[in-house]
Design a protein. Structure first.
Length: 285
């Protein structure tokens, strides 16, 4: 059975770019008779707050999304990440790192050959020298990334597990068969595929959606102070705008409630109609 997911980071309320990802994942799952799960990726504790998580869930409910319960909240169970890190360390593919972020930016990490023991203040990294440079995107086709980092952080020196590790572990424990997400994560995909391979698991399929870019360039995001979508639009208006930006047929849907829009839109969902290039904010009006 098809299982997708929408996995926001609760570092602020839902903005238009996040709504586009939610709509793409949700419609894809409904159109294939499957399920779309919700996951709150809140491991980065300095950025994530309970009130933001509650706000995102309230926004999604107002927008008519009906995600199955229970919702996976990453911070509530860290053991699967700890087990994966231990397995990768035992395999010799991961190693303990004592470098600072600045040192990593300036030169390759030398800790792979130092065989350091783990202790507080040290990170765990993955040797990526054998990571694949290619993957297949269901919507975009074959993608080749010639340049990948020498290593990938798995557990930060402040004891926080990384996005790439947690994403893979959570997709495995939720039984996700296809990942629908923004194209800003294309560069992470080969590294995540490599993690699946090292863990002896089959990776899901991948579909990357266009981004909404702010005026003057740059991804529309919380870091760029994107406003909450429901501060700008009524819920039904926001749903119809998301369909428009995804190139979907929304005829006859005006006047419906948000919870009625998605099932009707899913009946005519067309993956090929989604724009292949990013969407400038001026086009989102």
């Amino acid at each position: 059975m098809y299982t997708g997911r929408f996995a926001p980071t609760p570092s602020g309320r839902l903005h238009l770019g996040s709504l586009l990802s939610a709509a793409g994942a949700y419609l894809r799952a409904l159109s294939l008779g499957g399920t779309c799960l919700l996951r709150l990726e809140d491991l980065d504790r300095p950025r994530c707050r309970p009130e933001y998580a509650a706000g995102i869930r309230a926004d999604l409910q107002a927008l008519g999304f009906a995600f199955p319960e229970p919702v996976l909240v990453q911070s509530e169970d860290l053991e699967p990440y700890a087990q994966a890190v231990q397995k990768l360390l035992a395999s010799g593919k991961a190693f303990v790192c004592a470098c600072s972020r600045r040192q990593i930016r300036e030169r390759p990490c030398p800790c792979r050959e130092r065989h350091l023991s783990y202790k507080k203040g040290r990170a765990v990294r993955l040797d990526c020298s054998e990571a694949p440079r290619d993957f297949y995107d269901v919507r975009l086709g074959h993608i080749h990334l010639p340049l990948l980092p020498d290593s990938l952080i798995l557990k930060r020196s402040d004891n926080i597990y990384s996005y790439n590790l947690a994403c893979v572990i959570d997709d495995l424990r939720q039984g996700v068969t296809e990942v629908v997400r923004g194209s800003d994560l294309i560069s992470s995909t080969p590294l995540q595929v490599y993690l699946y391979q090292l863990l002896g698991k089959q990776p899901p399929a991948f579909v990357h959606l266009p981004l909404i870019t702010a005026k003057g360039g740059g991804k529309l995001s919380k870091q760029n102070h994107a406003r909450p979508v429901l501060d700008e639009l009524k819920p039904a208006e926001a749903c119809l705008l998301a369909l428009k930006l995804l190139g979907q047929d929304s005829s006859g849907l005006a006047g419906l409630k948000p919870g009625q829009i998605w099932p009707e839109a899913a009946k005519r969902f067309d993956l090929k109609a989604i724009p292949r290039t990013d969407i400038e904010l001026a086009d989102a009006s």
